[in-house]
Each structure stands twice: as C-alpha cells, then as structure tokens.
Design a protein around this ligand. Structure first.
Ligand code: LAC
Length: 190
C-alpha cells in the first residue's frame, strides 16, 4: 500500500493523513482478522504517523509493526553515490536514518563503497544528501500523478528478504522506547 502524495496546499498534509489513516485502519483491521501473527511493514505516507496508526489499530506488539523508509532512502542514496563515483551501485552501501521526509538523515559517513577510495567534493556530498531527501518528490514531479512504486515495492521486498534470510543490518522505522534516546516516535534507526 504505497501512498505518497506531495502537498499542493496548506491543508493537504492533514487531508492526506486523514484519508490515508482511513485506508490503513481498514486494511489493518483485515490483517488482524486474517493474519493475526504477521509482521506489518507500513509503506503509506506520512510514514511515521501511519506506522503509529497501524500499531494502534492492530494492537500488535511493537516489534511486529515497522515502517519502511530507510531501505528505500538508502537505496536512493547509494544510487546517487554510485552515479557520482561512476561505480556499480552494488558496491555502495548507504545508510539513511530519521524520518521519511525533510527530517531524513542521510549519513555520508556510512557510505562504504568497495572501490578505491576517492575524494568526493563536499558540494557533491551535500547535493547527494539533498537529492536523497527529496527523492520521493522528484519522482512524483516526473510522474505528474501518483507516487513512486517500483523503488518502494522493491524496498519492502528487500526488508522481507532480510527478515527471512540475511539479517543484514539495515535501517527501518520501529517504535523506539528509549533506544537511541528516542521514545514513542516511529523513526528510522539501524
Ligand atoms: C517515496 C514515497 C513512497 O519516497 O514516500 O517515493
């Protein structure tokens, strides 16, 4: 369920959150009824609020309701780093934490790229961080209607694979209760 409308007017955020809350509530009620032991990966925007809604409506324990944002944003950042350094994106491992919007925290220091280290100008790094932060809006502007779907779908599948197989460290949005000094907010953490 991917809904990421970027707002044209002041009331848009509230209308988006309310309309998407209604969708999330209806879907989660069905999830609880038909798959009461599952893990819910929330993709709907505004991500942190909709993950909170899914947790509340489902009544699931907090370790079974997670927001998908970091894997998507990290993949975008890796792509931009790979383009800048002219290497395969397979050799770049980025890490993006925090929210899935302007409060996103793309971490340049986490970019471990398996190729001869080369200096990347600070301006280029800043541009990559900014482009990562605005990645969703860039696609919405290109698509004109609707929201991104390939990358978010691939990111959700990647999260499922990592849960099931690799346990490879990645960024996701759980509900910290004091970890990392954060309490009660769905936010991207390792
Ligand atoms: C994006 C939407 C899914 O970042 O929030 O493309």
């Amino acid at each position: 369920m991917i809904t990421a409308d970027f707002h044209a007017s002041r009331n848009e955020p509230r209308r988006l959150a309310q309309s998407n809350y209604d969708v999330v509530k209806a879907v989660v009620e069905q999830i609880v009824k038909h798959s009461p032991n599952c893990i819910i990966i929330v993709v709907t925007n505004p991500l942190d609020a909709m993950a909170q809604a899914a947790l509340k409506v489902s009544g699931f324990p907090k370790n079974r309701v997670l927001g998908m944002a970091g894997v998507l944003d990290s993949a975008r950042m890796s792509t931009f780093v790979a383009m800048e350094c002219k290497v395969s994106v397979e050799n770049v491992h980025s890490f993006v934490l925090g929210g899935h919007g302007d409060d996103m925290v793309p971490l340049p220091l986490f970019d471990r790229a398996e190729f001869p280290p080369r200096s990347v100008a600070k301006e280029s790094i800043d541009a990559i961080v900014e482009r990562t932060r605005k990645g969703g809006a860039e696609i919405v502007n290109l698509l004109k209607t609707g929201s991104a779907y390939y990358a978010p779908s691939a990111a959700a599948v990647e999260m499922v694979k990592r849960f099931l197989r690799t346990r490879k460290r990645f960024s996701l949005a759980p509900l910290p209760e004091g970890e990392y000094g954060i309490k009660g907010l769905f936010v991207g953490v390792p």
